[in-house]
Design a protein around this ligand. Structure first.
Ligand SMILES: NC(=O)c1ccc[n+]([C@@H]2O[C@H](COP(=O)([O-])OP(=O)(O)OC[C@H]3O[C@@H](n4cnc5c(N)ncnc54)[C@H](OP(=O)(O)O)[C@@H]3O)[C@@H](O)[C@H]2O)c1
Length: 293
């Protein structure tokens, strides 16, 4: 297959490298980093998806596409530019071409539920934060393109990504900056980067256009259970409780839900390398323990 990866960062780059390994011809679109792409066997396509004119003249004969761009922070304006307008530009550019599948990595942040309930792809998406609302709009634009223009969009709603060199909670814990909120009952949903790469490939191979799949591991875990396991495994103390002030500044937009991965497992047949946080974080802790060089 000829595969286009839009946004070749923490997820897109290893995704491209894996597809190259599997024998596909992979093209990587991002604004910079051409050498990094070439080193992974990916053909660089330097462009900026927020500027439609920068896509003109690029090849568009791809079988598969995956959009893994991320804004690296930024406010609602940056989200609108990159996710919503960027996606519209991609649909306009690639629509009507030979594309058979286009996977977009959205976020489980589109679920605003904060009562600890189980959410599936059919659950309401009414997030509180303005940035998450932009992701909902982006999904709607893609689903409309799938319905009305035959654009083969498949949406993956991705949970908190961790893995090599990235693991916000582990880093926070090691820096003794982690805090337990209230009774620690808030539920965390995660996925290891290797499994996200595998899930995107499963969606490219078997995902149905116009459908949504949650990309999250098998075991939503409460904050308290997660830190108890981490503290026990590392032989360190449990983080202290958050102060009232910390809890108030952190609370806005915080969600509390258990995200189901049933569709990913049963419909896409995805089998996890790291089915839960214990397996995934054990691998990351072992990596930390290894001497460098
Ligand atoms: N982090 C999480 O826990 C989490 C949770 C849910 C969903 N997600 C989603 O997972 C996906 C992958 O995230 P990631 O961590 O791999 O992101 P990342 O490491 O920040 O990589 C983002 C990539 O997008 C490219 N990019 C940014 N702006 C661009 C533009 N205007 N035009 C073209 N390329 C652009 C960047 O390259 P240049 O700067 O060279 O352009 C970079 O290669 C994203 O869709 C993100 O929203 C992440």
């Amino acid at each position: 297959m000829r595969v286009l990866i839009v946004g070749c960062g923490y997820v897109g780059l290893p995704l491209g490298a894996e597809l190259v390994k599997q024998g596909h011809a992979v093209f990587g679109l991002r604004r910079s980093g051409a050498d990094e792409l070439k080193a992974a066997g990916i053909t660089p396509l330097p462009a900026d998806i927020t500027r439609a004119e920068s896509l003109v003249g690029l090849p568009r004969d791809f079988d598969w596409g995956a959009n893994c761009v991320a804004s690296g922070g930024g406010g609602v304006g940056a989200y609108q530019q990159l996710y919503l307008q960027g996606t519209r530009n991609l649909v306009a550019w690639l629509g009507g071409a030979a594309l058979k599948k286009f996977v977009y990595t959205s976020s489980t942040g589109v679920y605003g539920q904060n009562d600890g309930t189980l959410v599936t792809e059919a659950s309401p998406t009414e997030p509180e934060t303005e940035t998450a609302k932009v992701l909902v709009e982006t999904e709607k634009a893609l689903l409309a393109a799938a319905r009305e223009k035959n654009f083969p969009a498949v949406i993956l709603r991705v949970a908190g990504i961790y893995g090599s060199e990235r693991g916000y909670l582990l880093k926070q814990f090691l820096r003794t900056e982690a805090r337990i909120e209230g009774q620690g009952g808030r539920v965390l949903n995660m996925i290891h980067r290797d499994d996200l790469v595998g899930s995107i490939i499963a969606a490219l191979e078997c995902g149905r256009a116009g459908e949504i799949y949650n990309a999250v591991d098998n075991e939503p875990v409460s904050q308290l259970q997660f830190f108890e396991w981490l503290a026990g495994t590392l032989g360190k103390d449990l983080p202290p409780p958050a102060t009232v002030e910390e809890a108030t500044t952190r609370r806005r937009g915080f969600t509390n839900k258990k995200v189901s991965n049933r569709r990913l497992r049963l419909e896409l047949g995805y089998q996890f390398k790291y089915p839960d946080f214990r397996k995934g974080y054990t691998a990351e802790i072992q990596r930390l323990d290894k001497p460098v060089g």
